[in-house]
Design a binder for this molecule. Sequence first.
Ligand SMILES: [Zn+2]
Length: 82
Amino acid sequence: MDNVHSKAGHSPIRTCVICKSKAEQDSLLNFYLLDGEVIFDIRKMVQTRKLYICHTETCLQKLDRWLLHRRKKAAATSGKKA
Ligand SMILES: [Zn+2]
């Protein structure tokens, strides 16, 4: 048995945007927003600021609503009347 340094077991902790629970990065799905659309970066190809969500039906089902809410907020901020 080689005592090699393993990368396993040391993934950073991230927070799910929906339920706010913390989990290892590897156990969460990561995605980013492109023009307000959710893009899942399954192959981890894109270097950008990522958002994380649990890989559970409960959280994934709420993602649409979360996105709507986020869009509304963004619209309200950018389209504010002085
Ligand atoms: Zn979650």
